[in-house]
Design a protein. Structure first.
Length: 461
């Protein structure tokens, strides 16, 4: 879901930044259409779930796996409808222009951006409300059939949990960057026109402080003392990875996942969800931790950031070395019917989305395989079969028997492809070494692109 949210936020903010300054007129009916569009996806999810709700009320209720499969289909359809209505709201109804020009809110820092994002965020809240209703009905139905006692989660808590998990890491950083931009433009307009470098320290600070933000955004608590904690701490020490704290990420057992965040040893945290700890054995949790630490020891976070920022570096180098090239390209596109406003509001964000999905997503999946191999391939090249099998079992337990959502496979390969890679490493130990060498050459190529960009800038001076 986070990929869909990222696409919607990029399109909305890009259209908002490039919308014309003149009022478009018809603000009232455009606002009404925007409100109606915000209800399309949640209503589709609600109607689609009615049959499932009726089935849960019968004695011959569907199985949990069948409920999950049906809900996955409903969710996929609702997400597609949501993206379509967001695109229509931004580009056909031109909601950002209404907010900024007709209502004259463009001069209010962040107020206009929040209103522009409202058609993106409100449908998600309504969709999660439908999801909570269905989830509560399913839990009550299955608890009643097994005579178990189930504690019902409140809607507000459920919405807050989804906001923290799905929206915080996408919307908050975007609003912070926009807030810095508007503040600098308001007080130091000359600096804002040529001071793109001011955002570099801001983005670096956000990256450094991200682990502390995650600890506050997510509901966490330290992993209690005991044999499991002692084993996990010993693994961190053995791999020489400094970790400030190992935290339980409380999700009401809805999420089975793990993460490590932090570029600095003193600000690095390991997050293990309660759902993951409930599903996995201690040996499998240890294997998951080795995977997460593999991202640190093999510098995957830095490599991801370099790949993510590469288009910006190349664009800046090209604009310095060939100042007329980009202007000429823009004029050619305008002659073909893509005006300057449409280029910035549609073409540029679509190019960024395609790059993120195809390049960043593919590279991230390769790095996930590399971190998987770090769980069972030791520095000398020996493959620990038991460790590989523990991690494979953990992957299968985390995913379960259902097909993984396409929206969740942006940065991660499928669990079964990861298991296949582990099996190949066991069958052919030399293959893992070749895979690592290929990734090393690719990382060298990424760094070389930055040196080439720097060389272009220096030669253009």
């Amino acid at each position: 879901m986070q990929l869909a949210i990222l696409i919607a936020v990029i399109l909305a903010l890009a259209q908002g930044e490039s919308s014309a300054a003149e009022p478009i007129g018809g603000a009232l009916w455009r606002a009404a259409l925007t409100l109606a569009g915000a209800l399309v996806a949640p209503l589709a999810a609600a109607v689609g779930s009615l049959k499932l709700l009726r089935g849960l009320a019968r004695d011959d209720r569907p199985s949990p796996d069948e409920c999950e499969r049906v809900w996955s289909r409903i969710q996929a359809i609702a997400l597609c409808l949501w993206l379509a209505t967001v695109a229509a709201t931004m580009y056909l109804i031109q909601w950002p222009r209404v907010v900024r020009s007709d209502w004259s809110l463009g001069a209010w820092p962040l107020v206009d951006e929040i209103l522009i994002l409202a058609p993106v965020l409100v449908p998600l809240l309504l969709f999660w409300t439908v999801m909570h209703r269905l989830q509560t009905a399913a839990q009550n139905s299955f608890a009643h059939s097994s005579a178990a006692i189930h504690s019902r989660s409140r809607l507000i808590s459920f919405l807050w949990q989804n906001i923290r998990h799905h929206l915080a890491l996408v919307v908050v950083p975007a609003l912070v960057v926009v807030g810095i931009q508007e503040t600098v433009a308001g007080f130091w307009p000359r600096l804002a026109a040529n001071g793109w470098w001011l955002y570099v320290p801001a983005l670096a600070a956000m990256l450094v402080l991200l682990p502390m933000a995650l600890r506050s955004i997510w509901q966490t608590s330290p992993l209690p003392a005991g044999p499991l904690r002692e084993r996990l701490v010993a693994i961190c020490r053995a791999q020489r990875v400094g970790v400030r704290e190992i935290l339980i990420w409380h999700t009401d057992s809805q999420i089975a996942n793990a993460a490590v965040a932090g570029v600095l040893r003193g600000l690095r945290y390991v997050f293990l969800t309660d759902g993951l700890l409930a599903r996995l054995s201690p040996a499998e949790v240890e294997a998951v931790l080795r995977h997460e630490l593999g991202h640190i020891t093999r510098r995957h976070m830095l490599l991801r950031m370099l790949v993510l920022a590469l288009p910006l570096a190349l664009w800046m180098a090209a604009s310095q070395a060939f100042p007329g090239l980009l202007d000429d390209l823009s004029r050619r596109l305008a002659f073909a019917g893509l005006g300057q406003s449409l280029q910035m509001s549609l073409l540029v964000p679509l190019a960024l989305v395609v790059y993120a999905v195809l390049v960043v997503g593919t590279y991230s999946r390769w790095l996930e395989h590399d971190a998987d191999l770090a769980t069972c391939v030791w520095p000398g090249g020996q493959v620990d079969r038991a460790a590989a099998e523990s991690f494979a079992r953990a992957l299968i337990k985390i995913v379960g028997p259902l097909r993984e959502s396409r929206w969740s496979l942006w940065l991660h390969p499928t669990a079964w492809s990861r298991v296949a890679v582990l099996a190949q490493a066991i069958a052919e130990p030399a293959w893992a070494a070749r895979y690592r060498r290929r990734l090393a050459w690719l990382a060298a190529g990424i760094v070389a692109c930055y040196f080439a960009a720097a060389a272009l800038v220096l030669l253009a001076q």
